[in-house]
Design a protein around this ligand. Structure first.
Ligand code: AMP
Ligand code: GLY
Length: 424
């Protein structure tokens, strides 16, 4: 069969790498793809937000399955548009995608279905939000309702910071319409974990736990990024808690969506905070995480295409989803300046050498293949991913791989998986 993956990051290269191994695959397209996907499939110059463009490409090229990498096309209705031309889509409908596209929607559904989450209120006027925040204990968390490229969350330590965040979002419209409604919530304390599950509309099959590293600097310092590295499993969320966690954080949502005729088909990702009072859901994503997808694909033993088809058809069975018992660790190599501004077009060397380290695969993110040369084109450039018998070995191999790749002013966090090592 012919498959079209939508997206251009490290997640999409990891999906392409895994899908490439499927016995079911004939032709593989990636829109728009990157330097890594160009080597294993055909990159198509269609953007991830160009829904009509994606649909007509799929229709004209005999695509049998479209796999949505990022959330934006799902929020914009990619699934419905593909339904209209009878092409299956791995990823939820626009209604269910509001779990990620609207924090007010997600929080309200969590409250209604009994999913543990931080106490919150939703506001659509600045004056009411300001009054509430002034009476709230500090720190207080302020979130833009809509998609804000990971920048719409402010953990305000002082009233001045809180008022500034509200003004920025609601009056100055820093995130456009996405910030006209805000969620104000209680700040939680604890270690974060990522918990993802395949869903076919009724059956939920959890994947092994992970931990991401969202801040740019060692010791979780500096601004938030898309994620600087991830490893799996995360000892903070052991495998024997997987079923309990699915019952707590995933099933209430998928059951509700099924009951209202909007079944969730795809990957539902719960961002968790492991607090002293137990796990709480911080947010939902309606897709694989990036970089979480990279260590997951490294560990996935089963055929991903078979799993995706079962999700779409509503025939998913737990036996279909088998992961290697090894641990995996992904270290992101970024361009100097990221998550702020950074130069592009720098030549990348050493990818093949890195992949000679046992267990290492280099997934490309912000890269482009130009006249046979791989150059940088984004902030997060590479995800050097390794399998190992345990976390120590996976981590050592990943960093050995990192030491072999080069481009000007590259940097990475040096403490990926350290929290996990302390617990294991
Ligand atoms: P979100 O997009 O909702 O996941 O928020 C982005 C990041 O902000 C999370 O990964 C957490 O690190 C942090 N965060 C979000 N909500 C809270 C909260 N209620 N308390 C503490 N930290 C939070
Ligand atoms: N790594 C976090 C995310 O994909 O949202």
């Amino acid at each position: 069969m012919n498959i079209l993956i939508v997206g251009a990051g490290g997640r999409e290269h990891a999906l392409a790498w895994k899908i490439r191994q499927s016995p079911l695959l004939d032709r593989l397209f990636i829109a728009p793809g990157n330097g890594g996907t160009a080597r294993i499939g055909v990159n198509v110059p269609v953007r991830d937000d160009d829904i009509p463009g994606l649909v007509s490409f799929a229709r004209d090229n005999g695509v049998d399955l479209v796999v949505a990498g990022p959330e934006l096309p799902l929020v914009l209705g990619l699934k419905e548009a593909l339904d209209a031309v009878h092409i299956p889509c791995f990823g939820p409908c626009a209604f269910a995608a509001q779990l990620e596209g609207s924090k007010a929607f997600a929080k309200t559904m969590m409250r209604e279905t009994g999913v543990p989450t931080a106490d919150f209120r939703v506001f659509d006027t600045y004056v009411a939000a300001l009054e509430y925040v002034r009476a709230h204990a500090l720190p207080v968390v302020i979130k833009a309702d809509g998609l804000a490229a990971g920048k719409g969350v402010v953990i305000a330590q002082t009233l001045v910071e809180a008022e500034e965040a509200l003004k920025n979002m609601m009056l100055d419209r820093a995130f456009g319409d996405a910030g006209l409604t805000v969620v104000v919530e209680e700040a939680l304390v604890g270690e974060e974990a990522s918990f993802l599950a395949f869903c076919d509309g009724s059956t939920v099959v959890p994947m092994p736990s992970l931990q991401d590293h969202k801040r740019v600097g060692d010791g979780d310092t500096g601004p938030n990024t898309g994620g600087m590295g991830a490893y799996s499993p995360a000892p903070v969320l052991p495998a024997d808690q997987s079923t309990t966690m699915a019952d707590l954080a995933i099933r209430p949502i998928t059951d509700r969506l099924a009951a209202i005729g909007q079944p969730f088909k795809g990957v539902l990702y719960a961002g968790l905070m492991m607090t002293a009072k137990g796990p709480m859901v911080l947010e939902y994503n309606v897709r694989f995480g990036d970089p979480e997808c990279q260590p997951l694909m490294a560990r996935l033993k089963s055929d991903l295409v078979g799993i995706m088809l079962a999700c779409v058809r509503g025939s998913l069975a737990p036996e279909q989803v088998v992961f290697h018992p090894e641990t995996s660790c992904c270290v992101v190599v970024a361009a100097g300046g990221y998550p702020g501004s950074y130069p592009k077009g720098m030549v990348i060397t050493g990818i093949d050498e890195a992949e000679q380290v046992e267990g290492v695969t280099v997934f490309q993110a912000g890269t482009q293949l130009k006249d046979g040369v791989t150059v940088t084109s984004g902030g997060r450039v590479l995800g050097v991913t390794a399998l190992g018998r345990d976390l120590q070995e996976a981590r050592d191999r990943a960093y050995r791989g990192v030491s072999r790749v080069h481009f000007d002013n590259s940097y990475c966090r040096t403490d990926i998986a350290v929290k996990g090592l302390r617990r294991s």
